[in-house]
Design a protein around this ligand. Structure first.
Ligand SMILES: Cc1ncc(COP(=O)(O)O)c(C=O)c1O
Length: 496
């Protein structure tokens, strides 16, 4: 029944007629209410023709004044989402505002190329660490999204109960209670991995590094999606490998025909891929396509390094399966971490490298030997009884809400002709600006206004995506964020 639909409550405290959000910024209560209802409309929870809860009921449900609800409904009327019907109430308008088109797919690359050293990557990451810059360029989610206090309590308790953990080095295999917890979670997601098929690493970055080293030698060619996560490019560069970029759709992931042609025409040694909520596109590969991808790579007996770091950040009801779920002959090297879901500061990740496990285990030993046991034990205890599923649910809601608000903000302030990806999970939006716009110039102009951006050039070996931008939606929405989007929109318009 419509009257019982309640917009998600933000994790924040009220102060006067404003709410102090987790990152310390304040927003008007009516604006927050309007935003959360708008999300329900855009997601289709409230459909055209639905009556929204009456002002009185909404005021009771949200514990806000009648005036606040009325103001929120008026805002949504002005935005074109609601209409007031005399003597009846507020209804979702038959045709909510239409969305802009999605980004276009890139052209295939003629031949593989070595990756050059890109100083811009280091610069974007350096500014991501500066708390006085708006972090549109950063992939690191805001710390307020994580249960840091609870983790700190468990960490303290683990260290007090067994101080010897601080005096011991971890094993290259990982701490068994943690590998068991991770295996249990994969089983729930439909991926039967045994705990001893997993190795614990220092973040997903180390997992990707070790897996790639295990199956290649300098000069080899690796097929990757384009645009590509710049972390992939950095790893490929550091190992002196060549990258072959394969066109990838912002909806369904890598193009299988293009991938087949590229493999036939080049001596590809491995594929690095992100089927679930790709960074930067946000694409999600459907299950049938994952099966086809697996079969295709099987024809050439190619190893696949799968980055599933965003797999748990789905907005839909069920977690999408990683490609590993189809792996019957040990060719998929699954890599992930808690970096986007629980504890970026711990930098604990893992890999299930299939038939290459012995090689990866040896490489882990020479790379960092082991990952701190005190951190692994803390995570194992959190996963066992810290309410991880509950935390993931609210994290996903927050990511989804941020993404909607960012998308709406950009559609309001960015020029017509801009194209946006529509991710079903994760926290990025890939943006194709009008062709005239130079994203590097935009970056320089934005930096002067204390806004850090990630220009498209970062995501390719070739000089592509000059007019594209990846926007990270990992910070909670606030008036400052909206103002920064408006500034970015003004700077873009100045270039046209
Ligand atoms: C797709 C992807 N993979 C891997 C990483 C790195 O993960 P970690 O911090 O666990 O090394 C990131 C970080 O932004 C990422 O976006």
């Amino acid at each position: 029944m419509i009257e019982t639909i309640t917009p998600p409550k933000p994790r924040s405290a009220t102060k006067g007629n404003a709410r102090v959000s987790a990152n310390g910024t304040s927003r008007s209560l009516y604006a927050e209410l309007a935003d959360s209802l708008q999300i329900l409309i855009e997601q289709g929870t409230l459909r055209p023709g639905h009556r929204v809860p009456s002002v009185r009921i909404m005021s009771r449900q949200r514990d806000v004044s009648i005036a606040t609800v009325l103001q929120a409904y008026t805002v949504l009327e002005n935005r074109g989402y609601l209409e007031a019907r005399p003597q009846s109430g507020y209804y979702v308008r038959p045709r909510p505002p239409s969305f802009a088109p999605e980004p276009r797919m890139a052209k295939p690359m003629a031949k593989p190329a070595y990756v050059g050293v890109n100083d811009l990557t280091a610069e974007v990451l350096e500014f991501a660490m500066k708390s006085d810059y708006v972090p549109f360029g950063s992939a690191c989610p805001h710390h307020s999204l994580f249960p840091t206090k609870k983790l700190a309590r468990i960490l303290g308790s683990v260290a007090r109960r067994d101080p010897s953990l601080l005096g011991r080095s971890g094993m290259n295999t990982g701490f068994e209670p943690l590998t068991r917890e991770i295996a249990r979670r994969y089983l729930q997601a439909g991926v039967p991995i045994a705990h001893d098929e997993l190795l614990i690493t220092t973040g997903c970055t180390e997992a990707l590094n070790l897996c790639l080293r295990a199956v290649t030698k300098p000069g080899d060619t690796i097929a990757i999606e384009t645009p590509a996560y710049f972390g992939f490019l950095e790893i490929i560069q550091s190992l002196n490998l060549r990258a072959l970029e394969i066109p990838t759709s912002s909806r369904e992931g890598i193009c299988l025909n293009e991938l087949r042609d590229a493999i036939v025409a080049n001596d590809v040694k491995a594929v690095m891929i992100m089927p679930n909520f790709h960074n930067p596109l946000g694409s999600l590969m459907p299950d049938e396509k994952k099966q086809k991808l697996y079969d295709l790579l099987g024809e050439f007996d190619l190893p696949v390094i799968e980055d599933d770091i965003y797999g748990d950040t789905h907005f839909g009801d069920t977690r999408p399966k990683p490609l590993k779920a189809w792996d019957t002959d040990g060719r998929v090297m699954l890599c992930s971490s808690f970096g986007k879901t629980l504890a970026p500061g711990f930098h604990v990740g893992w890999t299930a490298p299939g038939r290459y496990i012995e090689r990866v285990r040896r490489l882990k030993f020479t790379n960092t030997m082991g990952t701190p046991v005190v951190l692994q034990k803390t995570l194992a205890e959190f996963l066992r009884d810290g309410g991880y599923d509950h935390h993931l649910r609210s994290l996903r809601r927050a990511y989804h809400q941020h993404l909607h608000l960012f998308l709406r903000g950009m559609q309001k302030y960015f020029p017509e002709g801009t194209r946006y990806s529509r991710p079903q999970g994760g926290n990025f939006i890939w943006i194709e600006l009008p062709a005239k716009v130079d994203a590097l110039r935009l970056r320089r102009d934005a930096l002067k206004r204390k806004i850090n951006t990630a220009p498209g050039n970062l995501f390719s070996v070739k000089d592509r995506y000059r007019h594209c931008l990846r926007i990270s939606c990992s910070v909670p929405w606030s008036d400052e964020i909206e103002a920064a989007l408006r500034t970015l929109g003004d700077l873009i318009k100045q270039q046209l």
